[in-house]
Design a protein around this ligand. Structure first.
Ligand code: SF4
Ligand code: SF4
Length: 260
């Protein structure tokens, strides 16, 4: 190879390297700029014991509002079979007198007796559903009390459905996927033969986001917070007025409170 040719190749190689490293530098700089401009992830929301307070009078004032149900079911890919027999429910409304059927409210105003009250999994402190599950598909998270679900481990025996005294668990008798109105790609779908229920939006808490139902309620009827924190909003609400829980005599210790 002649000296001129060798020199040419050397110069060409160096030029290519310079151009390439310049582009790479630009790309790296652009990436760095993009990453500084992107919103940093929010820290997870944590608590020693998550709990919810439902203000029934605010729900009563809101009439037949269903914003909490719509928001929850949309972000969690809850199917709508259009048929009460197959219904899958994470949060829904029941008449007051049915929700608190074991309690006396003889002289309570009629409107309140028939008012729609939001009901969901109570994330019981002493959950019978957890005790009966043979596969450990459902368990109480010790860090914050959320009663969790692992749909991949659920074998569909429905012991938990029978054990829950609140009807908070639904079973997929059919493949739910064709009945999801608008697929939320960030949340898993379930399959036929699996039980599901509310998980206090644990996936949103992990990303620092509020519960979907709480966020959607423009009447501020739902409050979520740390029951162990005396300065939390839930503790303030429970301090200031009377609140009841569903079927307290069963000893399940529900962590959803209803303020009258
Ligand atoms: S409400 Fe039912 S499903 Fe939820 S923790 Fe209590 S027993 Fe289990
Ligand atoms: S249906 Fe699934 S979650 Fe319920 S008890 Fe059986 S295995 Fe556990």
């Amino acid at each position: 190879m002649s000296v001129d040719r060798r020199r040419f190749l050397k110069i060409a190689g160096l030029t290519t390297l310079a151009v390439a490293s310049g582009s790479a530098r630009k790309a790296l700089t652009a990436d760095a700029a993009d990453s500084t401009m992107a919103t940093p992830p929010s820290p997870p929301l944590t608590a020693q014991r998550w709990a919810m307070v439902v203000d029934i009078r605010k729900c009563l004032a809101a009439g037949d509002c269903r914003d909490c149900t719509l928001a929850c079911h949309r972000v969690h890919n809850v199917p709508d079979f259009g048929n009460p027999k197959d219904e899958i429910k994470w949060i829904w409304q029941e008449p007051f007198e049915r929700v608190f059927a074991d309690q006396e409210y003889e002289h309570l105003e009629e409107a309140l007796k028939h008012a729609g009250v939001p009901v969901l999994c109570n994330h019981c402190d002493n959950p019978p559903c957890v005790r009966v599950c043979p596969t450990g598909s459902t368990w109480k998270r010790e860090t914050d009390g959320i009663v969790m679900m692992d749909w991949h481990r659920c074998i569909g025996c429905r012991y938990c459905v029978a054990a829950c005294p609140y009807g908070s668990r639904s079973f997929n008798w059919r493949d739910p996927r064709p009945f999801i109105k608008e697929l939320e790609p960030e949340f898993p779908t379930r399959m036929r033969g699996v039980v599901e229920k509310c998980t206090f939006c644990e996936e949103r808490l992990a990303r620092g986001k509020p519960l979907a139902c709480v966020e959607a309620c423009k009447h501020k009827a739902l409050t979520f917070g740390d029951l162990e924190d005396p300065d939390s909003e839930v503790r303030a609400l429970l301090r200031e007025g009377f609140a009841i829980r569903r079927r307290p005599s069963l000893g399940t210790q529900p962590e959803v409170y209803y303020k009258l």
